[in-house]
Ligand binder design. Sequence first.
Ligand code: FMN
Length: 212
Amino acid sequence: MRNRQKSGETPIYLPSPSQKGSMWLEEAIAGRRSVRDFTPEPISQLQLSQILWSAQGITDTSWKYRAVPSAGATYPLEIFVVCGTNGVEAIDGGIYGYNIDSHSLTLLHKGDVRSELARAALGQEFIYEAPVDIVICAVYSRTLARYGSRGERYVHMEVGHAGQNIYLQATALGLATVAIGAFNDEQVREVLRLDKQCKPLYIMPVGRPKLV
Ligand SMILES: Cc1cc2nc3c(=O)[nH]c(=O)nc-3n(C[C@H](O)[C@H](O)[C@H](O)COP(=O)(O)O)c2cc1C
């Protein structure tokens, strides 16, 4: 994306994601719940790595296929990470772009914008309380160029696949999330300083669930 090329920041290479976990898939499906109460504890870089890999990571190095299916492998999704101050170990507060090919992050804008993001999402305060928010956006033209107007529904199906993977991966790591669709598109775009062609579809706060 244009944003990312402009930044000139050195990428932060994330630890390699593990492909073996300590929870069965069935347990993660059964245990998945939308959580809106998080502790402020930072998540580790390995946990963030796992979450991003589950959403869009490359799982076939020859063809560059990813962890979620994509209509015609047109890959319309872009992932941004809104990191709170002390949200992720050894990563400063800021807005980061996820570089899928190199499994790395590029700092796009310094500073913790979680409260602005929460305001853009009808004041859903858990966006501010979670240590990190994953924002899934789409560049529709990538898919519409191949499929015409039908491509729009394909993009929406694809964000659902990515969101579900984040839910299940978070559960398997002892973390939690909630898929947020209620927000003002333009305000989210302003907070993240997104390109016009990049539309936000989901905000997913991620953190350790507060036990009640
Ligand atoms: C498309 C979509 C949009 C959603 N938007 C929000 C939202 O803006 N805020 C919120 O708190 N939960 C949101 N949710 C989460 C649902 O409220 C939640 O999935 C539902 O209550 C069922 O609970 P469960 O996910 O724990 O099974 C959304 C879920 C979906 C699928």
